[in-house]
Write a protein that binds this ligand. Structure first.
Ligand SMILES: Nc1ncnc2c1ncn2[C@@H]1O[C@H](COP(=O)(O)OP(=O)(O)OP(=O)(O)O)[C@@H](O)[C@H]1O
Ligand SMILES: [Mg+2]
Length: 431
């Protein structure tokens, strides 16, 4: 989903991500790396407002101690086999992303590993500013629930970012791309908890950060469904002291942005909480936050799901049908309640992310998950039996049933494989 400048919707004058004028800047503060307290280093506002812009050498000096590697374009070409299409893994507003392989001995202190290389599209809506925000924030913040930035390339007009490779790609692909195996219930909960931890880490840092672009495509998954946040192009230092909010131009993605931020331009950590509520609803329903392909009353997920969320008898009607009822009803009810707390119109009534984690984590232990509708026998893998009251079918019904069983079986085998990955039984799937 494209990232949008909300001023367009409000009739403002700003264009793409690089256009427009920021309201008065908030006092400059520093971003501290919580996991490495001795490295209070550079602030994004200091660096981004530097005139003239920092040279590659100055930036590299500023980042000493961040463990980031400054790659040459030549090195990244070699890593990605010349940015070949066979290594292409996706494309967003920033530009194309390629899988790459860092070999032994490329640089001292850099282990051989698979990486993702994101290349700024020089003609796209995003630019140096977003690239720099990513380098400054992600270069200094380290957490299990943030994707690891390994390095960058800053050479002439070229801007690239090198990340740890996330084998399972984005949550968006898993939820909305029918080709991939459906995500089982416990995986969805695990992802929700992991993503909430990523946001809590940012909000609780010594100098807190507002992520501002929380959405399913920015939640990446490793092979064990550990969720990590990526894309810090819109991140902002959070208000501190007596300040209650940051006043800033309205940026984000349609369908995920908190209503008060759209109306006033006032940004707080609770804006991220709202976006988290949207993604939690997406996880539960398997529906995108906004979709013009749905009938008009179903277009807006938050509005559509509200009546079901309040009625335990009708809750199953909003749940992702691909789960086929295989989820904890108690857990689902509680998760929906948490989602709508996060979606409160008033930011003050939204929980902070720590409370969200505390409410969500216990749901992972609920095991009132019904088994699948069908029971399969293993007779040479050839016979399937349907659990049914009646044993007699007409030919047509039987054929239809077999087709359905076949489809279900395929999905179930994907599903079971995914469940065993969640349980971390040691099976690793290479993409
Ligand atoms: N570190 C990574 N490891 C593996 N795949 C990645 C990584 N980073 C990004 N990708 C893949 O590259 C694709 C593009 O990601 P990108 O973040 O550039 O765009 P997006 O999130 O889809 O859109 P937006 O520009 O709105 O953020 C995604 O489908 C994602 O799965
Ligand atoms: Mg992204």
């Amino acid at each position: 989903m494209p990232r949008l400048s909300w001023k367009r919707f409000l009739g403002g004058c700003c264009g793409g991500a690089n256009a427009g004028v920021e309201p008065p800047k908030v006092p400059k503060r520093r971003v501290a790396a919580v996991n490495s307290p001795s490295t209070t280093k550079i602030s994004y506002s200091d660096i981004s407002s530097a005139t003239p812009p920092l040279s590659p050498k100055d930036l590299s000096l500023s980042l000493v101690g961040s463990h980031l590697h400054a790659f040459t374009l030549q090195e990244l070409k070699a890593i990605t086999r010349g940015f070949s299409m066979s290594n292409f893994v996706g494309q967003g507003g920033f530009g194309p992303v390629y899988k790459g392989m860092i070999g032994e001995n490329l640089r001292p202190g850099l282990a051989a590993q698979t990486v993702a290389v994101k290349q700024l599209n020089l003609h796209g809506a995003q630019g140096h500013k977003e690239w720099l925000a990513e380098v400054i924030y992600l270069g200094q913040l380290r957490s299990q629930n943030l994707v690891k930035l390994i390095g960058y390339c800053y050479e002439n007009e070229h801007r690239l970012l090198v990340y740890e490779y996330m084998a399972m790609g984005s949550l968006e692909n898993h939820l909305f791309n029918n080709v991939l195996a459906p995500l089982p219930w416990l995986a969805r909960l695990k992802i929700a908890v992991g993503a909430a931890k990523g946001l809590a880490f940012l909000h609780e840092a010594d100098n807190p950060v507002i992520y501002r672009d929380f959405k399913a495509s920015n939640v990446l998954l490793d092979q064990n469904y550990e969720a990590k946040l990526s894309d810090f192009g819109l991140a902002k230092d959070a208000p501190q002291g007596d300040d209650t909010h940051v006043s800033t131009r309205i940026m984000g993605t349609n369908g995920y942005v908190a209503p008060e931020y759209v109306m006033t331009g006032h940004l707080t950590t609770k804006s991220d909480t709202y976006s988290f509520g949207v993604v939690l609803l997406e996880l539960l329903t398997g529906r995108r936050s906004i979709s013009s392909s749905r009938p008009s009353r179903e277009k807006d997920l938050v509005e559509w799901a509200k009546p079901y969320s309040r009625d335990p008898q009708r809750l199953h009607r909003m749940m992702d049908p691909i789960l086929e009822g295989q989820y904890s009803s108690t857990g689902a009810q509680k998760a929906v309640t948490i989602a709508y707390q996060c979606l409160s119109q008033s930011p003050k009534r939204r929980p902070d992310m720590r409370s969200v984690i505390e409410s969500l984590e216990p749901l992972c232990g609920l095991r009132d998950i019904p088994p699948g509708l069908f029971v399969y026998t293993a007779d040479d893998g050839a016979r399937e039996k349907s659990r049914t009251e009646k044993g007699e079918y007409t030919i047509e019904v039987e054929e239809e049933r077999e087709l359905h069983v076949h489809r279900h079986k395929t999905r179930l085998s994907h599903h079971n494989a995914a469940v065993s990955r969640v349980k971390n039984v040691g099976r690793e799937w290479e993409k």
